[in-house]
Each structure stands twice: as C-alpha cells, then as structure tokens.
Design a protein around this ligand. Structure first.
Ligand SMILES: Cc1ncc(COP(=O)(O)O)c(C=O)c1O
Length: 380
C-alpha cells in the first residue's frame, strides 16, 4: 500500500484540470502577446482564466496577476507593497512561510524596514492585541500574516486582522497559499491588499499561481520585461499552467462543502485513532474544526529513539508524510514553526495532510504503522 498524506506540500492534479491542460497543449501554441489569430486565441484563454478566478473570489479580473507560484506572489506583494508605498515598518510572525520571513528579513537587513514580530501562543494563534499595539506605536505598517499555517494548520482570523489593519491604515498581505480552494474567500468583504495562491496546493499544476492586488493599492512590477500582465509581470505567459490554475479552484469550489466535511471527517478520525492507539502523542497547533485548517494535522510522538527515523520508517512502510514544512525537507534544519511555538525538539513531529483522495483505510493503515513503530521504540 502506498499512502500519500503530504497534501500541504503538494496535491495530485485533478483529472479535469489535466484534461483542460492537455487540450490547450495540443491545440494552442500561440503567444498571447502576438496579435494574429494564434496569439489572440492564447490571449483569450489567459483572460478567461483570470475572469474565472476573479468570479470565484468575488473580485475584478484586473486585480488578478498570474505568477510562477506562491513564492513569487509573496515576494511581489512584500517587496513592491513596501517599497512603492514608502513603508518603513513591517509586522509579521515567526510562524510564516520562508517565502515571507526571508523576504522581510532581507529587507530589514538592507535597511529598508524595521521588522517587528507579533506574539503567537503555543498553538500558533496570533496575539491580536499585540498586533494592535505594534500598529499603534509605529508609523504606517505592512502586515504579513498567513491565513492557515502550513505546518500546524492553525487559522488566523482574516476579518479581524483586516479590521485592525484598516483602523491603522496598514497594508495587509495574507498568505493564503494553504487555504484558497479550501475556503471561500470573498474579496468584497475581506480587507486584504494582497492575497496569494499556488495552483499545486489545490489539485492544479506546479509552477503557476496568482497574486491578488486590491484596487486600493498601487505597485510597480517585481519582474521587469515585456508588457505581459498589464505591464506588471514580464515574461511569456505559462498558458497551460494558467488554464490549469483556473480550472483547479473551479473544481474545488464546485464540491467544496462535501469535500470539506469528508476531509474533516478523516482528520477527526485520525485524531481519535491516534489517541486510542498510540500512547503519549500530542497534537501541535489548533485541532478544533473552527480554528484549524481541515487538511492539516501535526503530531508529536513520544518515541525518541525514532526521532530522526520516523519519517524514514513511514516512507519505508509506504506512507508519505512530512516533518514540519515540506519546503525545507531534505535539510536537517528543524522546523522554525515548531521552534517558535516552543515545541519539544527531542520528539519527532510529523505533519499529515489530507485531500479528498485519501480514505479511511489509509488512515487505519497509517495509524497501525505508527503504533508498530512507536512500540518498537519503547521496547528497544
Ligand atoms: C503558506 C505557504 N506560503 C508560500 C508557499 C510557497 O509556495 P510555492 O512553493 O508554490 O512557491 C508555501 C508552500 O508550501 C506555503 O505553504
């Protein structure tokens, strides 16, 4: 049996997304910038995709810019949002993805901004009062706080952050890479200036995403080149990717409620089964359905003998999961997120992340293997 429980790292492509992409690959090779018929055909695919995404998010197509994924979208929002609006102070948290933290830290190092970190509790929740204090005692600020933490699953309250940012005239960037396609974001209600998406997190292709830039903010390009993306992002458009980028949320929005309850059911089942079968486990981050992303479950295990080997042993047993963030797996640097919430670094932690393609049988198999591995460690 081969079980894939690493859907926060990336997801398999939805067959309908693949079908759309194949069709375009086979029949449309025009460059959207060309003015002849081939080019016009490609252009109309890109604009149709933009419109689809804008409709789903309840915004205007002119607020959607295609990028190479979440990292580029985060970099664009942060660098251009700060520089083009003469912002001198940024607020983020120690729990953000490296696409955010490293970008902000590099700007602080270069003397462009002063960087403050908002407090977070042991479950990864933002201290909203501290956020307000930081905004009160600094000038106009750039606030970068993720919607769902990619390692813990803990959700932030985007409406509350939006209200706070509005009260202090701050620019609000929400890293929504883990939540677009899992929740319905209504951009007419949310007070974000920037929101980001990576298609491969919602059964779309890798190497494509988008940045939502609100009309309320003006920025210059992050990547200079041709006049693509209305002069905002140079480079010939990845038309196959863009078509897949639009089809993926279209498919997830169509079945969002049943998929949400199915996946939440799997997660709750795994929590119960782990509690019942594996002694001494702890869950990292929020696990309640209202405060936690339903696709992510982060667990610490007691089996210290297996500390370096648990993921390896799971892999050998046919289970793909991740230790902390998949984006840094392959290195032996511990998770900055677990460190920031005061996690016990001597205990192995595994992030299991689910999709609609997982089954209860896969959870049973995984829990049985975990039980086996942890018992071996105790006996040893
Ligand atoms: C919260 C978050 N932000 C940004 C990214 C970066 O996305 P990408 O690797 O598609 O550029 C990831 C990827 O794991 C993520 O989880």
């Amino acid at each position: 049996m081969r079980v894939y429980l690493d859907n926060a790292a990336t997801t398999p492509i939805h067959p309908e997304v693949l079908k759309e992409m194949y069709k375009v690959m086979e029949t449309n090779y025009g460059n959207p910038s060309s003015i002849h018929a081939h080019g016009r055909e490609a252009r109309s695919l890109v604009e149709k995709a933009r419109k689809t995404i804008a409709n789903l998010l309840n915004t205007s197509p002119s607020e959607i810019f295609f990028t190479s994924g979440g990292t580029e979208a985060d970099n664009t929002a942060i660098r251009r949002g700060i520089i083009d609006n003469q912002i001198k102070h940024a607020i983020s948290s120690h729990l953000e993805h490296h696409a955010v933290i490293h970008t902000l830290e590099s700007m602080e190092k270069a003397g462009v901004i002063k960087l403050s970190f908002v407090g977070t509790d042991s479950k990864g929740n933002v201290d909203y009062d501290h956020l307000e204090q930081l905004l009160k005692s600094n000038g106009r600020s750039f606030v970068s706080l993720m919607h769902a933490n990619n390692e813990l699953g803990t959700l932030s309250d985007m409406e509350r952050i939006g209200d706070i940012c509005e009260a202090y005239d701050a620019i609000y960037h929400a890293d929504t890479v883990q939540t677009i396609g899992h929740y319905k974001h209504d951009l007419k209600k949310l007070k974000t200036h920037f929101m980001v998406c990576a298609a491969h997190k919602l059964h779309g292709p890798k190497g494509v995403g988008f940045l939502n830039v609100s009309h309320r903010i003006k920025i210059k390009p992050f990547i200079y080149g041709g006049a693509q993306e209305r002069n905002m992002r140079g480079g010939t458009e990845n038309i196959y990717g863009i078509v897949g980028m639009a089809k993926a949320p279209e498919m997830s929005y169509a079945d969002m409620e049943p998929n949400h309850s199915y996946i939440q059911g799997l997660k709750t089942y795994m929590i119960d089964q782990l509690k019942e079968n594996v002694y001494g486990i702890d869950f990292n981050g929020e696990i309640g359905a209202d405060k936690s992303l339903y696709t992510v479950l982060n667990v610490s295990f007691p089996c210290s003998d297996l500390a370096d080997m648990l993921l390896f042993n799971l892999d050998i047993a046919g289970i793909s999961a991740s230790g902390g963030s998949a984006c840094s797996s392959g290195t032996d640097i511990g998770s900055h997120v677990l460190n920031a919430i005061g996690g016990d670094s001597s205990r192995p932690s595994v992030r299991f992340s689910f999709s609609k393609y997982n089954t209860k049988e896969e959870i049973d198999y995984t829990v049985a293997k975990l039980k086996e591995l942890c018992q071996v460690a105790v006996i040893a």
